[in-house]
Design a protein around this ligand. Structure first.
Ligand SMILES: CC[C@H](C(=O)O)C(=O)SCCNC(=O)CCNC(=O)[C@H](O)C(C)(C)COP(=O)(O)OP(=O)(O)OC[C@H]1O[C@@H](n2cnc3c(N)ncnc32)[C@H](O)[C@@H]1OP(=O)(O)O
Ligand SMILES: [Co+2]
Length: 134
């Protein structure tokens, strides 16, 4: 079912500061800040040879990142995103196995303009999993 690791997401309080760390200390190729109000985040993507890093800052009220940062004020790895060929087939297979698909199960459009879904961390080794159809 899952294919490539599309990105590893890191929640941060200050996106500009975190972007500067990756750019200046790690020499990373840091992209522009993209507001994603429907997801309650502003994101920056960092292209790596084999995957991407997604830096996430809370945006607006009720951001899922805000609650995460309350527990982890310094930030931390928020989720991993795996690529799938068919997100509906993947969703239905996972639901038939009893996995919790977050939200109402309808894929949203993610930062790359592709359908995404999230799976409850409690069902996947304590790690929030995002699936992105490519
Ligand atoms: C622009 C889109 C972009 C993209 O790549 O395209 C994105 O990736 S957007 C990313 C932001 N969106 C989301 O995260 C949506 C999915 N997240 C959720 O639905 C919630 O955050 C959820 C359900 C994971 C947690 O929400 P809740 O309000 O229930 O928070 P709690 O603190 O009560 O969590 C319950 C339980 O889960 C643990 N938890 C929460 N978040 C994470 C996490 N990121 N990784 C691992 N574990 C997590 C939390 O500690 C609680 O555990 P407990 O033992 O009960 O304390
Ligand atoms: Co993501």
């Amino acid at each position: 079912m899952i294919g490539r690791l599309n990105h590893v997401a890191i929640a941060v309080k200050d996106l500009a500061k975190a972007s500067a760390v990756y750019k200046n200390a790690l020499g990373a190729n840091v992209g522009p800040a993209l507001a994603q109000p429907e997801h309650g985040v502003t994101v920056v993507f960092i292209e790596l040879p084999n995957t991407k890093i997604e830096l996430l800052e809370p945006l607006g009220e009720g951001s899922p990142i805000a609650k995460f940062l309350e527990k982890s004020p310094d930030g931390g790895i928020h989720h991993v995103c795996y690529e799938v060929d068919d997100i509906i087939a993947a969703r239905d297979q996972l639901k038939s196995q009893g996995a919790r698909v977050l939200g109402d199960g309808t894929p949203k459009i993610g930062a790359h303009g592709k359908p995404v879904l999230f799976l409850h961390p409690k069902d996947f080794c304590g790690t929030l999993v995002e699936l992105e159809q490519v």
